[in-house]
Design a binder for this molecule. Sequence first.
Ligand code: GLU
Length: 607
Amino acid sequence: MSSQAPVVTRFAPSPTGHLHIGGARSALFCWAFAKAQPDGGGGGGGRFMVRIEDTDQARSSEESARGILEDLAWLGIEWDDGPMLEVSRLSEPGSASTSGDRPAVRVIGANARPVGPYFQAQRVPIYARFLNQLVDSGRAYPAFETNEELEAKRKAAVAAKQTYRYDRAAYQQFPTPAARRDRMKQADTHGEPYVIRFHAPSEEIVVRDQVLGDVRIAAGELDDFVIRKADGFPTYHFAVVVDDETMGVTHVMRAQEHLYNTPRHVALQKALGFRTPVYAHMPLIFNPDGSKMSKRDKAKAARKAVKDAMGKDPAITPRSLAMSVGADAKNLADFIAGENDSLDIAATLARHFNIPLPEVEIYDFRNSGYLPEAIVNFIALLGWNPGMKQSDGKDLEKFDLAFLARHFSIERIGRSNAKFDRAKLLSFNGDYLQQLSDDEFTRRFIAWCRDSQPATAAALERQFAANLPALIRMAKPRAKVLRDVLKVIEFALVPDDQLAFDSAAVQKSLRANNDEGLGILKRFAPVLESVEPFTPDALHTAMETFAARELPADPAGKSNLGKLAQPLRVAITGSGVSPPVHDSLACLGRARAIVRLHRCLEAAQAR
Ligand code: GLU
């Protein structure tokens, strides 16, 4: 490969679902490697490309492709080359402070190299050219066996205790390239289905992997695999090899599960006279229990919830459950028996049992209220580390995209499996949230809420208007993910006449000691009506003044504010746990606070 050629890495997702956390990690490493290349100046000399591998027409969808691109953009992993995507500046971090003279949207991929199309399904004529080249040079041939015939051959091999490998019957049947071309033409004219197979080489194949070292495949091990399917689309192996060459890819960095495919790619490159890019296969990502992290984890969690529920209540059966959740009884029974891992059923059951499903895809983490910078930082550590120490001697673990773009190197990618430690990710996210300014925290929460819970966002904006930032800020110290804010401020969203008062809290804070709390609340009610202005500070002062004047001093000199604050908290929020009472009161506003206080007094007296 010419030393002048710019480094080009690529992320090549198949648009068959959401962006998986492992895919995001692959994309991040490819991006970081390209950005870490010198350009004679400040770095960023390489290019990062996204190519959509949609040749499996039955499983691919435009919607998934778009979702994957949006998730990448959300993470801040932007491609130089690839499909164009408009992103709204408003949803970008820090955009609250950006000046108004910038355009409201910008386009990722607007300055792409002209090596597209970036969707494989649109590249079929390019593949056809190279397929013809292989047929003409005798390295590929049409094969007409039906699936049943192939299956019979496979069974016969198994019965004879031999490894099945396609027997090249079709190659022998039409011995010359010209005879094969004629046969293909004839079949094309009559719409007769056939595949094209690669005539695999008989020599040893060596994959020089930058992470794993040399991987050798003995001579004769490769079979004559299919490179064009009966539907006319190339197989993954063929498309990837043609694209990597024609799109100028210099470095292929992907998960180790593809290592098994790489010898096929190297063999095809040789047959086509292509260059072989640098390969680096990255470690797999495992759950802490040693299982591979996958979408199936969601089904496992839902199945466990069903089994727990059935264990507790024998009246719950697959049939009764199917009735209550409105699912097909057979599908549900199969799901419970572990015979299918339907994501739809898992989601339905999770809603029914009110349990969270483990996040696996970027979409899930977004939905739970993780920050992109926390995810990017965390996934960068799945199989890589910068090998640096902080000033306190601990390993440096917290860094951003700009740091990665300066320090990423293939040499520091590990060989062993990476472990996905959810507790660590949550703690990273909590740290990142707490580091945001109050304004940025508020902005991020509102953006998240509009995206993930639009109805709640609308209700919040309608009910609280100018008080909304104060309400959200109040939840900040208690939030590890943005979704936590909802739990903290839930009390304020409930209509005043529907707020339920937790009976244990009422007992403890209002009725105990001969209705001590109840009495204090009654005496405080007129104060609450007249506090002016109704702000956190003024409310706090009013509560302190009242406590100092009205409540018997504690002999140990301990503040007696709690004697007022606790009953007031129950009255305002319905429970004994909430953010500071003066903040909660200010967010509700005077009128609502007073309605709640009187409702609580009535409810407590009626018990
Ligand atoms: N389309 C493949 C996948 O999604 C990409 C493999 C590759 O990077 O070559 O797994």
